[in-house]
Design a protein around this ligand. Structure first.
Ligand code: ZN
Length: 393
């Protein structure tokens, strides 16, 4: 099965070290990128004409709160994951499933829940979105054998530390290390509490525990102080610095500027932090990207990399970067109709949300015109192969 995308105006790689590629076409074989270059042709089962629009990696939401299927108990909403696909998200990563009504907090219960959720999403892609979930909330009493058991059951994440009874860096540190030894990527909640019963967490606890990700350092929803953000940015720790849509817009910009000044943009990743009290926000990642690209000096193609290649690296995923051999998870977008901008990147730099005209997962076009973004000025089209369903308003 070969897919060819031609007529591309700009290719954004997702790699902040080389964010723009000199290419107008992408070929895909059996779901993986074969090559990226100029004038690629040859026989293909599916041909997409990008009509001059921009191709970028499918977005990775580093901070979501799924529970089961495509339903969120938090906002009583169906199909929110499928709806985020229309906002360009092709991979969604759980930061924990605390919204499960009656969530078990004992060791046996939390292990069972994490394994069940990890396995359920490994076998089910809502709307086509790749969901990595089954992210246990750490509770007192967990021992290393519990992490080994969860890992053997398919668990690859530790959900937001601090939402359960493990809140202090010193208590979390051994569990983070056990999880890491068994292949789990961990996130520490930071800032004020988001749920009744959780408490404020500052830079000290995060640095003591040394998780992989300092969760929403611009607040989920209440932000860390600037001093604490500075400590996390300056720490020579390699801890990823997560900015989220459902947080504080001012400190998101503060943290981004500090990371840029420190040469630490490679550590910045973007999440939505929805579903949450803020709601279900299908365009959350795009909105955060437009916010950061329009109000900071960081180039829009670099901001794309924060939401794609950076997150893929933290989680060891083969998506998020357009390069031969990687999964062909791709968004085709342009400036929206009526924007002063002429391209998707210019739209982001201008603070407009690009119009998405196609989303492919593993090389298969799943979405035509997005039903959630404004219409793209130039719309990609399938010119050979099965037509793809569109949205529209
Ligand atoms: Zn949180």
């Amino acid at each position: 099965m070969r897919t060819l995308i031609t007529g591309i105006g700009e290719v954004v790689s997702g790699d902040i070290e080389a964010p723009l590629l000199d290419a107008d076409s992408v070929s895909i074989v059996d779901g993986r990128i074969e090559s990226i270059g100029r004038g690629l042709d040859g026989t293909a089962d599916v041909v997409v004409d990008a009509r001059g629009a921009t191709v970028m990696p499918g977005l990775i939401d580093s901070h979501a709160h799924p529970v089961v299927g495509d339903f969120t108990p938090r906002q009583r909403t169906l199909d929110f994951i499928e709806s985020s696909l229309h906002g360009g998200v092709t991979t969604m990563i759980s930061a924990g499933e605390p919204h499960l009504p009656g969530r078990p907090k004992d060791v046996i219960g939390l292990k069972a829940m994490a394994i069940a959720i990890a396995r359920a999403y490994a076998s089910f892609r809502p709307g086509g979105v790749k969901v990595r979930a089954g992210a246990p909330i750490l509770e007192q009493g967990l021992v290393e054998a519990d992490f080994a058991e969860m890992a053997a059951g398919g668990v690859r994440l530790i959900g937001e530390i601090g939402l359960g009874s493990v809140k202090k860096g010193a208590d979390a540190a051994p569990m983070v290390a056990w999880g890491r030894a068994h292949g789990m990527v961990s996130t520490f909640h930071t800032g004020g509490p988001s749920l009744p019963g959780s408490s404020a967490i500052g830079a000290d606890d995060v640095l003591d525990a040394a998780p992989d990700i300092a969760g929403h350092i611009n607040g989920g929803t209440t932000s860390l102080s600037e001093a604490d953000i500075d400590r996390l940015v300056e720490a020579d720790s390699g801890i990823a610095l997560e900015l989220v849509h459902c947080g504080n817009g001012r400190t998101a910009l503060f943290a981004l500027r500090r990371a840029a000044d420190a040469g630490a943009l490679g550590r910045v990743i973007l999440g939505n932090d929805a579903p949450s009290g803020t709601g279900v926000v299908p365009l959350g990642i795009l909105r955060l990207m437009a916010h950061l690209a329009s109000l900071s000096d960081v180039a829009p193609e670099t901001v794309v990399g924060l939401a794609t290649g950076n997150t893929a690296r933290v989680h060891g995923m083969d998506t998020g970067v357009l390069a031969p051999g990687r999964s062909a998870d791709i968004v085709i977008a342009d400036a929206p109709v009526g924007s002063v901008a002429g391209t998707a990147l210019q739209a982001l730099a201008n603070g407009d949300i690009p119009g998405i005209s196609m989303v492919l997962v593993d090389g298969v076009p799943l979405v035509g015109r997005s039903r959630n973004t404004a219409p793209a000025a130039r719309m990609a089209e399938v010119v050979k192969g099965p037509a793809v369903g569109g949205g529209g308003h």
